[in-house]
Design a protein around this ligand. Structure first.
Ligand code: 3HC
Length: 292
């Protein structure tokens, strides 16, 4: 595949807007799509404020900042994707919703386009099976927040071709990221290891072993993690953590992946983490690092 000139990102949430920002900052034209115009305007203002912050801190020049913003276009019309070389889907973690989007993308995009999913745990092989081009479907899992985190986990579906893998790896490196490669099994690499740790932190809290503060301080200072596991769960979203635990539990068929009842209860109560202002902790205002 020749060099990617135009990327299309579907989903204007925290991940989609962060991915669009990373692409634009690395000289690539980007279309960011969301069905909800309000989500698009939120994405646009959070990217702008992130870029302005970098300009004011001197991380990038004023001219570079203006250029980044010029490379971004926002749309609610998927048909705009017909010129894209590479599509990255970052919508809700639902297999059915993703599959129906991929059916549309398969029809709209040019036949050479690669269709990537930022899914955190759903099978790439099954998403690919909804298209007529499974060889050109791949997992491209960014970490949150995409502008800061150095890693992209590339997931090869059963039919992903070597060319698709090579093009995705080259693009990831062009975005300044380090690549790891996973086969297509539940949770891939990062979430297979991270989510059971977060789930265990919930069990530690649930069974009264320690306070939430001591659990987080223990892991921050004891193992040099930037955030404790409960703080990180709030940052990721408790609903996302629960959904990934359920994928691990079903997909790997082992009871050690059963979600902690406390995590389930928090999600049932709408305590979804920072995005809702309450999760394991309460937040008086949305912290800066969740805004873009
Ligand atoms: N966009 C752009 N830049 C951002 C940002 C964002 N959303 N959030 C933070 N930054 C930048 C800040 O501007 C700052 O830049 P500087 O060093 O040039 O001044 C730098 O990142 C540090 O930010 P802050 O000072 O605001 O805050 P912290 O030092 O506390 O860092 C953090 C925030 C980067 C989020 C850090 O706490 C961290 O690394 N936490 C762990 C995050 C993590 O583990 N992510 C992976 C989650 S798992 C995942 O995503 C997989 C999924 O499938 C669930």
């Amino acid at each position: 595949m020749s060099e990617v000139k135009m990327i299309a990102v579907v989903g204007g949430g925290q991940m989609g807007s962060g991915i669009a920002q990373v692409a634009a900052m690395n000289g690539i034209d980007v279309f960011l799509h969301d069905l909800d115009p309000q989500a698009l305007s939120k994405a646009s203002s959070s990217i702008s404020s992130s870029i302005h912050r970098m300009v004011s801190k001197g991380t990038i020049s004023q001219t570079a900042g203006v250029d980044v913003l010029k490379r971004l276009r926002f749309t609610s019309n998927l048909e705009d994707f017909h010129t894209a070389d590479f599509v990255i889907e970052a919508i809700v973690e639902s297999e059915d919703v993703k599959k129906s989007l991929f059916v549309k993308l398969d029809k709209i995009t040019k036949s050479s386009a690669i269709l990537a999913s930022n899914t955190s745990s759903i099978s790439i092989t099954r998403i690919a099976s909804s298209t007529t081009r499974p060889r050109q479907v791949i997992g491209m899992h960014f970490m949150n927040p995409p502008p800061v985190m150095k890693l992209i986990e590339i997931v090869r579906g059963a039919d992903t071709s070597d060319d698709t893998f090579a093009a995705t790896k080259a693009l990831s490196e062009r975005l300044g990221k380090v690549v790891i490669t996973s086969q297509d099994y539940s949770g891939f690499i990062v979430n297979r290891i991270l989510m059971p740790m977060i789930n265990e932190a919930f069990f530690t809290l649930y069974t009264g072993v320690a306070t939430k503060e001591d659990i987080d301080t223990g892991m921050k200072l004891g193992t040099n993690h930037p955030m404790g596991p409960l703080e990180l769960a709030d940052f990721i979203g408790l609903d996302v953590c629960l959904s990934i635990m359920r994928v691990l539990h079903t997909g790997l068929g082992d009871n050690k992946y059963a979600p902690c009842p406390l995590l389930v209860q928090y999600v049932d109560a709408g305590r979804l983490g920072r995005k809702r202002g309450i999760g394991v902790y309460e937040y008086s205002q949305e912290p800066r690092s969740t805004k873009s």
